[in-house]
Design a binder for this molecule. Structure first.
Ligand SMILES: C[S@@+](CC[C@H](N)C(=O)[O-])C[C@H]1O[C@@H](n2cnc3c(N)ncnc32)[C@H](O)[C@@H]1O
Length: 294
């Protein structure tokens, strides 16, 4: 079945809860050959949009503008569903999962879906948590669109590191405390570990995305290369949401804390002397974001 037929049939309708049947449909049509050169077809446009970290108010005006006129929104697990309410009534919403270690559409198939919709002339919003180009595989999707000669635009979003730092009163850089900040993924495709020696320089803040499952390697690697056991760290769970909790601890406690938090997602690890500033910076300004600290 072709994608336009599926749209007419409503196979892609209400896919918030049926993302994987869409996977099957896409898989079964065997249309690996996508014709993008048909002179008669009016090609659509794809927007790779960052939804920011949870809080819908962290969306950019540009993102909101394209969401409001989307024909199709293809979205990930970390996107706050409230954002989808900004879409027009006719908009098809396609959930494509994406959680580490959990079933989701293959990246290749997600990219192919974007191409198929664009070829049909649709205005497609590919909505991703945080920023599309920070550990979001937005580059792979952009490459696929470029390969098919399709028009696309990247609309940045606030990445989890920036959002969680702000919402938990931890400045990622601070004069005389931290001169640089490094974003690191705990999940490396090859399974290769980061170059620990480069992550232990003084005056550096480290932010690990998807790091809880790799807490053992992270703490061993960093301590082996010179960071002390009492090096400050914070784990921010459900950052920028009413469920946010900031777990303040130290490097030698990372593994036990991670075991305690097993299965809690999303979670971000911030390591650095800057974590100590939180106490002083925390204010009583009313906010929907929880300031619970444990
Ligand atoms: C696949 S990465 C996507 C990152 C995203 N593109 C970004 O720029 O934030 C998912 C990881 O980002 C982190 N993350 C994303 N949103 C978060 C949030 N609201 N609170 C805490 N961590 C978050 C977690 O480490 C999570 O496992």
């Amino acid at each position: 079945m072709k994608t336009d037929q599926r749209l007419k049939d409503g196979s892609y309708r209400n896919l918030r809860s049926a993302g994987f049947s869409c996977h099957q449909l896409s898989r079964n049509d065997h249309s690996s050959h996508i014709n993008c050169n048909s002179a008669s077809s009016v090609k659509g446009r794809v927007y790779l949009v960052g939804a920011g970290p949870n809080d819908p108010e962290l969306l950019t005006l540009k993102a909101l503008r394209v969401i409001k006129r989307a024909d199709v929104i293809v979205y990930d697990r970390l996107v706050n569903r409230e954002i989808l309410d900004f879409a027009p009534a006719h908009c098809q919403q396609v959930y494509v999962g994406k959680r580490c270690g959990q079933p989701s559409l293959e990246q290749q198939e997600i990219s192919r879906l974007l191409v198929e919709f664009a070829v049909l002339g649709k205005t497609v919003v590919r909505l991703k948590g945080g920023d599309p180009f920070i550990f979001g595989r937005g580059g792979e999707e952009a490459l696929m669109l470029a390969k098919h000669n399709l028009e696309y635009q990247v609309i940045p979003g606030i990445t989890a590191a920036i959002g969680c730092a702000a919402s938990s009163f931890i400045p990622l850089t601070h004069r005389q405390v931290a001169r640089s900040v490094t974003l690191v993924t705990g999940q490396v495709v090859t399974g290769a570990l980061p170059a620990w020696s480069q992550l232990v320089n003084a005056g550096q803040t480290l932010v690990f995305y998807m790091g809880l499952e790799k807490s053992d390697q992270i703490s061993t690697g960093l301590m082996e290369y010179g960071l002390s056991g009492d090096f400050p760290l914070a784990i921010v769970t459900h950052g920028c949401s009413p469920q946010q909790i900031v777990h303040v601890t130290s490097l030698d406690q990372l593994v036990s804390k991670a075991n305690e938090l097993k299965g809690v997602s999303p979670a971000l690890i911030i390591l650095g002397e800057v974590v100590k500033l939180r106490k002083e910076l925390q204010t009583t300004v009313e906010s929907v974001i929880s300031q619970e600290e444990v």
